[in-house]
Design a protein around this ligand. Structure first.
Ligand SMILES: [Zn+2]
Length: 687
């Protein structure tokens, strides 16, 4: 199961790009005249807060008061509201598919989606089956007799043990973006970050205690007596703590050069003989690979040592737990309940999400593009696609103007930046060519078997890329996803159908609302191409320096100001945002909003300066932006977010960029001394 664990290297997904928008220049769809009551919800505003003191609470204060986090959630905001709306459509599709699967042609996407969801929802059958379907996999682990058999097991694409030891995958070579490469990197942990194993503060300790209880209870559910379960739990904690110590921090993982170490297979095999890489590659259909890119050599060295040093019996307990932990929803309810107790401590959620919602997510992960086809047929319009495409081109023009106008970049670096901007590929809605699920068998018999079949299919699909031209049509996110991404080696910006809906994009809303909404999202993804990481990749998607030393120094100095601004933000008493971890996202928010504003200023609405509902076009632009980010979050969630998430908490994603923008001060008449208005010397302006 060499490839069952994708690299978890943040934004650098293993995706690909498309020449989707290869047609001629877009035709300009008509602009909608401004309308009242569409886009911004005036009732969300809290008029008791002054916009120049705290714009986040001004724009959404009433909404925040009236929309506490639901019991089954850890945060609640416009993204969740939209996802909820989406889920209603998606759930209806799944219920139909489940009802009609028997009538659908065997092997069709409709049959697979229907039977997968039906098997996932049949909790009575899952309960009745007990460990029947898991047992053969547990037996395989139990039967391992020596290191050599362990190595055989770890290499086998049909063996399952969740994500153990390290991550591996086939993805674009960062330095030769026209080729795929085998990639290896740190992994093998169950908690969301190395720090949870290593830090001695009260919260980290409480999470370790909850994790220990989860481990003990899981081993007991598997039949171990109390003493054995406790010993096995301690073993898993010990092995994972050792892996955590060898792991890099999330901030250190942000340096693409330091995390790119290409070796010949012979060199890697000599450095990590116990990983038996030649065997693992061969078993996974990658015998042709002569090189590997190792993300974190020191980590791999430690895994190599551990495979030899750690007693085989201990390694088997580690595998046994990871196997169970990777499939708890497909096991009797008691397993999921134990897992959720740990989640509760981590995120503060009071109860589990309803099963249909979790299984909808599971179907999206397993059969994303089969399910996604059924979704876009119902929920995505060609008109929206054309208009968003036009906005993207308008933002591209605005970005070029800003690059040309910067007073800190040399002419040579500007020319390279413009080349990169013009080379951005754009994907909107859904893939032109869908993934082919024909070799995947899904039946109604066992949800667990379906999960494993889907995993094996996904591994094979990924491995099959190797040695072929880059699949520029591939998507990393599924169509219903309420999100967007920039992929550096592809140099592409991608907007799934899921996010092209209100409140991000509304065909009936005025331009101010759409530019402050999806416009800022588009600008955000474009700016990722020029953030602290993205700027290190060139127009062809290669990790290659195209900056003069002087320009790079100036960029870093400007970025440092933003880093310090965010270091100072505190979502909870004594809990600070990590300016280095969130650097790329904060730069993308600031740049994105600036570019979206510049593009908006060219629209007829901005030129006409007519007020709607008492607000100027510019005020509506900033209100739309802030209302997108309306979010309530539990304190536990916020703590986990600042530790693990490269995105800052929503209130700082709102106020942080605005505090740097004279355009905002002007729109709301902010004065020196107002909290939202930074002194000139403390501001950052990059683009
Ligand atoms: Zn981002």
């Amino acid at each position: 199961m060499f490839l069952a664990r994708r690299l978890s290297l943040a934004v650098l997904g293993l995706g690909s790009l498309a020449a989707t928008i290869a047609a001629g220049p877009p035709t300009t769809p008509p602009t909608t005249p401004p309308q009242k009551g569409v886009g911004i919800n005036i009732a969300n505003i809290d008029p008791s807060v002054k916009p120049c003191e705290d714009f986040f609470h001004y724009a959404s204060g009433n909404w925040l008061k009236n929309n506490p986090v639901p019991a089954a959630e850890s945060r609640w905001g416009s993204f969740n509201e939209l996802a909820d709306h989406n889920n209603a459509t998606l759930r209806a599709i799944l219920n139909d598919a489940a009802k009609n699967a028997a009538k659908a042609p065997k092997g069709s996407n409709a049959q697979k989606v229907g039977d997968f969801y039906a098997s996932a929802m049949d909790s009575a059958a899952i309960e009745a089956a007990g460990l029947k379907y898991l047992q053969p996999h547990l037996n395989r682990i139990a039967a391992i007799k020596d290191l050599s058999e362990m190595q055989q097991f770890l290499a086998d694409p049909k063996a399952h043990a969740g994500s153990v030891w390290y991550g591996s995958g086939v993805g674009q070579d960062d330095k030769i973006s026209t080729q795929y490469a085998v990639q290896l990197g740190q992994g093998g942990l169950s908690l969301p970050d190395r720090d949870y194993y290593l830090k001695e503060d009260a919260r980290s300790k409480a999470i370790r205690t909850a994790y220990d209880a989860y481990l003990v209870n899981t081993f007991k559910l598997l039949g171990d007596d109390e003493a054995v379960a406790k010993a096995n739990a301690a073993t898993v904690q010990r092995i994972e703590t050792r892996l955590a110590k060898a792991s890099k921090s999330r901030v250190d993982l942000r340096d693409p050069y330091a995390n790119y170490n290409k070796m010949t297979l012979a060199q890697a095999d000599a450095a990590y003989p116990n990983l038996t890489l030649p065997l693992a590659l061969k078993e996974n259909g990658l015998a042709a690979a002569k090189e590997v890119i190792v993300g974190q050599p020191e980590f791999m060295k430690e895994v190599n040592t551990m495979l030899k040093e750690e007693p085989l019996a201990d390694q088997k307990q580690y595998l046994r737990f990871h196997l169970v932990n990777s499939v708890t929803p497909a096991l009797p309810k008691a397993f999921g309940d134990e897992s959720f107790k740990l989640t509760q401590v981590q995120t503060g959620a009071k109860k589990q999400q309803p099963r249909w919602k979790r299984m909808l997510g599971s179907t999206d992960r397993a059969l994303g593009e089969a399910f996604g086809q059924l979704y876009v047929d119902k929920a995505f319009s060609a008109v929206s696609k054309a208009r968003v495409k036009q906005m993207i081109e308008n933002l591209r023009v605005a970005y070029a103007e800003r690059i040309k106008a910067t007073d800190w970049m040399s002419a040579g670096t500007k020319a390279e930046a413009l080349k990169k901007l013009n080379a951005f590929t754009v994907k909107i809605g859904y893939p032109d060519k869908w993934k082919d699920y024909s070799s995947l068998n899904i039946s109604r018999e066992s949800y667990l078997n379906n999960l494993f079949a889907a995993q094996e299919w996904a591994n094979k699909e990924e491995v099959n890329h190797f040695g072929k031209p880059i699949d520029r049509n591939e998507w990393v996110m599924t169509p219903p996803t309420v999100n967007a991404y920039y992929n550096p080696p592809m140099n592409e910006i991608v907007f799934p159908a899921g996010i092209l809906q209100p409140p991000f994009y509304d065909p009936k809303a005025d331009d101010a609302v759409n530019y402050g909404g999806v416009g800022a999202v588009i600008g955000h993804e474009m700016t990722h191409g020029f953030d602290d990481q993205g700027r290190q990749y060139n127009a062809e998607g290669n990790l290659k320096d195209w900056w003069t030393k002087e320009d790079a120094d100036k960029f870093n100095a400007k970025a440092d100001i933003v880093g310090k601004q965010f270091d100072a933000f505190m979502p909870l008493d004594s809990v600070h945002v990590n300016g280095k971890l969130t650097m790329g996202e904060n730069l993308a928010d600031l740049g994105g909003l600036t570019i979206a504003y510049q593009a908006f200023e060219k629209t007829p609405q901005a030129k006409a300066q007519a007020k709607i509902e008492g607000f100027t076009p510019e005020q509506r632009f900033f209100l739309a932006y802030a209302q997108i980010w309306r979010t309530n979050a539990r304190p536990e969630y916020l703590r986990q977010q600042v530790q693990t998430d490269p995105h800052s908490p929503a209130q700082f994603r709102t106020n942080g960029p605005l505090m740097n923008m004279p355009e905002f001060y002007k729109a709301f008449g902010c004065q020196d001394g107002n909290k939202m208005m930074r002194a000139q010397a403390d501001r950052s302006k990059i683009w």
